[in-house]
Design a binder for this molecule. Structure first.
Ligand code: CP3
Length: 342
């Protein structure tokens, strides 16, 4: 059965512009909070295929979005490579022993990590079994660069001091780490596809930490390696790239993939001008607009004016915030589906 989301990824005409939201399965939904409480904590929820399946499907039932995104986290990959991970309340993720030396790097496993992620593959099989055939399931991973920042810094950072110091003082070490992560991601994404995802998205949340040349050397090249690998084997599976905050570098974006994720700080007109002929665009309403219905309506109208019926998937320009009223999220989805109807 054809899926409006997959059709749109390949630039086919659709009856309206499909829409979903980054972080659509999350804390703003009371139903999510209930399942998370039952699981105990966030990582236990990620490791429990039945519960992960349940929260993945919640936004489909509650909001009527056109695609589900697998419930998991980008950081389960470095965790299963052998790094102990904790989510500290109010502070976010923490790796207890960040990578400091060649020995730390050599200890990280590749094939074994891809095997240990079996709970993700099982969740995908369960979700695909329950999800309506007309809705797509999106699998995902973090970009090697974004994962490497966490692996070196140990946690979120404002300055990226440790990981950027490595780029300029020991680029060989950095490339060795990025290569290793890339190898795991290739196996991981291939397994996600074999388990049933209909599309994949690569999140490069910390792209904007790098100056232009460094970005293309230390991040984009590895994202492209992954997309080329996947497109050569699975041409029917759309690949979505989401490098956040690099509006200044769009002239150098190239490679084999289908959809370019536009973040909220990049004017959609600019993305359309630079990339719209070559790639379908996804995005990019400012997520904070979701606090106000007027701001939502206006935000949707602005994007529709530029992109209506023109190779576009609607989304926010980054993840939904945890205290957004569910009613406003529903309003957003409905506005898009109505305003873009042919
Ligand atoms: O989009 C979805 O609904 C699917 C699930 C998903 C999560 N994380 C669940 C999650 C996805 C696609 C991610 C990706 C992710 N994780 C990224 C890339 C996207 C982005 O937002 O830039 C990054 C950088 C991470 C790392 C991460 N995970 C951080 C920094 C945090 C803490 C911040 C926060 O919101 O608490 C997480 C935790 C996390 N991942 C939560 C969820 C629902 C919140 C956990 C909870 O308290 O229940």
């Amino acid at each position: 059965m054809s899926k409006i989301f997959v059709d749109a990824c390949f630039g086919k005409k659709t009856p309206y512009t499909p829409v979903w939201m980054m972080r659509q399965a999350g804390r703003y939904l009371p139903e999510y909070m209930k399942v998370r409480a039952e699981a105990g904590d966030f990582l236990s929820l990620c490791r429990d295929p039945k519960k992960a399946c349940e929260v993945t499907l919640q936004p489909i039932d509650i909001l009527g979005v056109d695609a589900a995104i697998l419930f998991s986290d980008i950081l389960v990959v470095p965790m299963e490579m052998g790094m102990e991970l904790k989510f500290v309340k109010g502070e976010g993720p923490l790796f207890l022993s960040p990578i400091k030396s060649e020995e730390d790097l050599d200890r990280l496993c590749i094939e074994e990590a891809a095997k240990r992620l079996e709970y993700v593959y099982e969740a995908i099989r369960l979700i695909r079994g329950e999800l309506e055939a007309s809705k797509a399931l999106i699998g995902f991973c973090g970009a090697p660069w974004t994962l490497a920042t966490y692996m070196i810094e140990g946690k979120g950072t404002k300055t990226y001091a440790l990981v950027k110091k490595l780029i300029y003082t020991n680029p060989k070490f950095m490339h060795k780490l990025l290569k290793k992560v890339t190898e795991v991601i290739k196996l991981y994404m291939e397994n996600q596809i074999k388990s049933g995802v209909d599309a994949v998205m690569i999140f490069d949340s910390w792209a904007a930490a790098l100056e232009e040349d460094a970005y293309f050397e230390f991040s984009w090249s590895y994202m492209k390696e992954i997309s080329t690998f996947l497109k050569s084997r699975y041409p029917e599976i759309p690949v979505i790239m989401f490098p956040k905050g690099i509006s200044g570098y769009l002239d150098r974006i190239d490679g084999e993939f289908d959809v370019f994720g536009v973040d909220w700080s990049t004017p959609i007109e600019l993305a359309k001008e630079k990339l719209g002929d070559k790639y379908v665009l996804q995005g990019n309403m400012e997520p904070t607009r979701l606090y106000s219905k007027e701001a939502i309506k206006e935000g949707v109208e602005k994007i529709v004016k530029v992109m209506k019926n023109q190779r576009h998937i609607f989304n926010l320009g980054h993840g939904i915030l945890p205290d957004i009223p569910v009613e406003n999220a529903k309003y957003f989805i409905n506005e898009v589906q109505t305003q873009t109807k042919i």
